[in-house]
Design a protein around this ligand. Structure first.
Ligand code: HEC
Length: 179
């Protein structure tokens, strides 16, 4: 009889010890040593530097010096691959998802009759599409014209942009002089 009672106590004791041990272990797992700096702050740090990085991103390599040696044939290939889904390039060509681009160099922003431009592009009608304006737009359409309807990410390579703009320049009865 007392043997049974002893067993019962032993079992209780064991249960108590186990309870304590799991408690300590659990505590160690759930409350790890506090980090010196919260993870959130570390993650937020690069974002805080974003304003400083933005002007650097806006500093797009000028295209003027590259145009003389640019390759309009390669530009045509790029245009067929990356722009032709939305734009036509021939004289009198129809507007598609985007406006026809015949004679775009030197033309005002929102140059195509009857095309439904975004407010931001329509609002720049006083500014001609010179080489550098085209360069900035094609490099990063949304950064150049926030709210533009042109759903295109941009072309990062300055030499590709130069080839493409040299091709756009050729789409005219009298191509504009090189800068
Ligand atoms: C997904 C469709 C799409 C693609 C791809 C696209 N565009 Fe556009 N593009 C548009 C739209 C839509 C507009 C009108 C933008 C607005 O109103 O904000 C536009 C406007 C333009 C304009 C301004 C025309 C004007 O009359 O002011 C130029 C220049 C232009 N695109 C060049 C290009 C070039 C070059 C490429 C290829 C590298 C290209 N686009 C790729 C849809 C596109």
């Amino acid at each position: 009889m007392s043997m049974e009672v002893n067993k019962a106590f032993a079992a209780l004791l064991l249960a108590g010890i186990l309870f304590m041990v799991t408690g300590i272990l659990g505590d160690a797992l759930v409350h790890p040593k506090r980090l010196e700096q919260s993870v959130l702050q570390i993650a937020a740090a690069p974002a805080a530097q974003a304003p400083a990085a933005a002007p650097a991103a806006a500093a797009i390599e000028p295209i003027g010096p590259l145009l003389a040696a640019a390759n309009p044939q390669n530009g045509q290939t790029i245009a067929q691959r990356q722009c032709a889904a939305c734009h036509s390039f021939n004289q009198g060509g129809r507007n598609g998802v985007g406006p026809n681009l015949w004679s775009i160099v030197g033309a005002p922003h929102a140059h195509a009759e009857g095309f439904n431009y975004s407010a931001v592009i329509a609002g720049m009608k006083a500014t001609p599409w010179d080489y550098e304006e085209l360069n900035k737009f094609i490099a990063a359409p949304r950064a150049y014209a926030p709210g533009t309807r042109m759903a295109f990410n941009g072309i990062a390579s300055a030499s590709q942009r130069a080839d493409l703009i040299a091709y756009l320049r050729s789409l005219a009865t009298e191509p504009k002089p090189l800068p």
